[in-house]
Write a protein that binds this ligand. Structure first.
Ligand code: DC
Length: 241
């Protein structure tokens, strides 16, 4: 038996943590790993995006971007986030497209810097990761959420390549993005995510760097297979599940 990209590989129940800047292709890569090795995939950024959409809809973010902190802390008790095959849901409502809008994107970094929001999301991530066979992507998965993850990857790619990816995603979702705005938002978020006080985006000392600016998804998969095999000392990459 073989997978789409090569022979199947038996791997134990581990946590694979993928961190990196915005639009480095973390989600696509994590999804592929999940499919290839039968892992649960969790997009931690989607949780921060859901909290942000919820705050906007509840009128807790002003026109000037100011966040009503006591209001949000109280309201979080009502926030029910779930994931189904078609994406993120708030109280059962599918919000996968809405959470990717430029409006949510432009408020999500300050929302994700709030300590009680991070505690709320971390609790959910730990519950999802309890069974271990999980691949999770975000900014602080390998440093804060699961510092004991067996495999840690830090993804990076050139700025313009990343902005183009986000632009294409938004256009495909039916939006009307402006490239310069998408690029500016991305750079602003990179800066905020790397400079905030709580759990900033940093490179874990034991993370492996993957620069995928010029890589195909098939090459990325070959890379992770080699990494897992070497790190977990899996002798026979040809074993079937
Ligand atoms: O990966 P993304 O662009 O969908 O993430 C949205 C925002 O959430 C991003 O600006 C940073 C924040 N985030 C975070 O702070 N920690 C995570 N583990 C994941 C995302």
């Amino acid at each position: 038996m073989s997978s789409q990209y090569g022979l199947l590989m038996n791997i134990p129940d581990i946590i694979i943590a993928i961190d990196g800047k915005s639009s480095t292709g973390k989600s696509s890569f994590a999804r592929l790993i999940a499919k290839e090795f039968s892992f649960l995939y969790l997009d931690s950024g989607a949780l921060y995006r859901c909290v942000t959409l919820f705050a906007i809809e509840r009128g807790l973010i002003g026109r000037d971007g100011a966040i009503d902190l006591p209001g949000l802390e109280k309201a979080l008790a009502d926030l029910d986030i779930d994931f189904t095959g078609d994406g993120a849901r708030i109280g059962g409502r599918l919000v996968e497209d809405e959470i990717r809008s430029l409006e949510v994107s432009s408020h999500v970094s300050p929302v994700s810097a709030i300590p009680f929001v991070r505690r709320f999301v971390d609790e959910k991530l730990h519950a999802f990761g309890a069974g271990r066979r999980v691949v999770m992507d975000g900014r602080d998965i390998g440093t804060t959420v699961f510092p004991d993850a067996e495999i840690k990857i830090f993804m990076t790619a050139e700025e313009k390549t990343r902005a183009r990816r986000r632009f294409d995603e938004m256009a495909a979702a039916g939006g009307n993005p402006v490239f310069e705005e998408v690029l500016a938002n991305l750079l602003e978020r990179d800066y905020m995510d790397s400079h905030r006080e709580v759990s900033p985006l940093t490179l874990a000392p034991d993370a492996f760097i993957l620069d995928n600016s010029d890589m195909t998804i098939g090459e990325e998969l070959a890379w992770i297979r080699g990494l897992i095999q070497g790190k977990l000392d899996i002798k026979d990459a040809g074993l079937c599940r």
